[in-house]
Write a protein that binds this ligand. Structure first.
Ligand SMILES: [Zn+2]
Ligand SMILES: [Zn+2]
Length: 259
């Protein structure tokens, strides 16, 4: 019964909210009278369209009201030298980094729960990202921020990234930079996952051009149209230079991560 009521509420209330926010956006444009002919910014974001892209080993999600909850075992669905050698996905390092060195960690099953806003919104006070998990990629592997332990730069840590550019901290596998298995599979411009504030993360290509840090704001994102969000949405990009995935914090209000 509850579910039915909620879906009815969404069905009828959302168009109303949309209409109201469009009305206000038009009104403020008129006041500015700056000749800007851009469509009014849509800020009532809803990330429902990309939830079906999440698919991984030991990954589930469910929607409850305005929250989507992901539970992930954080197991990559690709090969790595960090799997136990008895695992079918074990593969010795065959990447391109001449300074590669394996770290002492290994891939182990986790139990991590993300509660993420289904309707992400810009935060008035932007919070710094924590150490550890700051988001979830579409295969269930967690995203870490741009720092190594203690806030140090990633420069040395990068040498232990495997051929798909992830590595474990003890047994917790994660990506700090481009998850190469996902861009190999889905494309350099593809949807790659979410940060904990609910805003989507894309690869370094957009409309056949390469996105660099100078195209992005302090939080490493911008507002624009994506394939999944034809009306536009704030989104992050993973670029090839530090800080790679996130800059000075979350653009929106982060949900919770528990493990
Ligand atoms: Zn790391
Ligand atoms: Zn973009």
């Amino acid at each position: 019964m509850n579910t039915i009521k909620k879906s009815n509420l969404i069905k009828y209330a959302l168009p109303l909210v949309m209409t109201v926010s469009l009305f206000y956006a038009c009104g403020s444009d008129d006041n500015n009278d700056n000749g800007d002919t851009d469509a009014p910014a849509v800020t009532n974001y809803d990330i429902t369209p990309i939830l079906s892209k999440f698919e991984g080993t030991g990954l589930t999600y469910s929607v409850n009201g305005n929250t989507v909850t992901f539970i992930t075992k954080d197991l990559p669905n690709h090969k790595s030298p960090y799997w136990d050698t008895s695992n079918a996905l074990y593969e010795a390092y065959n990447g391109t980094n001449p300074d590669w060195r394996q770290n002492p960690g290994s891939i182990g099953e986790q139990n991590i729960t993300f509660s993420i806003p289904l309707n992400p919104a810009e935060a008035s006070n932007k919070a710094e990202t924590p150490m550890g998990a700051i988001g979830i990629s579409r295969n269930g592997v967690v995203f870490f921020n741009q720092y190594a332990a203690g806030g140090a730069s990633l420069t040395n840590e990068i040498n232990s990234f495997d051929q798909y550019l992830g590595h474990p901290a003890n047994t917790q596998y994660h990506y700090h930079i481009k998850p190469k298995f996902l861009t190999d599979t889905y494309g350099e411009d593809a949807f790659l996952g979410l940060l904990s504030d609910g805003f989507p993360v894309y690869g370094s290509s957009e409309n056949s051009t390469t996105i660099t840090n100078t195209d992005l704001d302090d939080f490493h994102g911008h507002v624009g149209v994506t394939t999944d969000f034809p009306n536009g949405i704030y989104h992050y990009h993973i670029t090839s230079e530090a800080p790679y995935l996130n800059g000075n914090g979350f653009y929106g209000t982060a949900g919770t991560v528990t493990r």
